[in-house]
Design a protein around this ligand. Structure first.
Ligand code: 4NP
Length: 149
């Protein structure tokens, strides 16, 4: 059963920590973490405007700290979820030989939105729009986890 989930974006200070916080709040019994493909922000908390936007919806992501994804994450997690296609390509680039871990786009879980990536609010500054989509994708992911495979 899929119950260890890693969310991945580029910096691990905006989209993936938000996805981690939202899924944590909506679920129980799952192991949830997030990481970045890049290492520029390792050790830093999420960007302050996203901490604030998430807090207004009841998600506390202020205690999260950025880290970089490693090949070991393919054994620590059953499912690795990228926020955009570049994330997925970068994740696949470090897949260890023989690792079967599934790698998916977060928006795959919310086809009704028509979105093919989570826009990077660090650049767009549309924190509310990113949160809306992350919440919808988290709901779809939870439905997928609950339905028989
Ligand atoms: P994220 O956003 O991938 O959603 O955490 C980013 C934040 C910072 C940078 C890139 C993406 N950066 O290169 O500084």
């Amino acid at each position: 059963m899929t119950h260890r989930i890693l969310f991945v974006c580029l910096g691990n200070i905006c989209r993936s920590p938000t996805a981690e916080g939202v899924l944590r709040a909506k679920s129980s019994g799952l192991t949830i973490d997030s990481a970045g493909t890049g290492r520029w922000h390792v050790g830093e908390p999420p960007c302050p405007p996203m901490i604030d936007a998430a807090a207004r919806r009841g998600y506390d992501i202020s205690g999260l700290r950025a880290r970089q994804i490693t090949p070991a994450d393919f054994t620590r997690f059953d499912l690795i979820i990228g926020m955009d296609g570049e994330n997925v390509a970068d994740i696949e680039r470090i897949r260890p030989d023989g690792a079967k871990t599934e790698v998916r786009l977060f928006t795959d879980f919310a086809p009704q939105t028509g979105a093919d990536h989570i826009p990077d609010a660090y650049y767009t500054r549309d924190y509310e729009g990113a949160l809306d989509l992350i919440e919808t994708c988290a709901d779809g992911l939870l439905r997928a986890l609950q339905s028989p495979q």
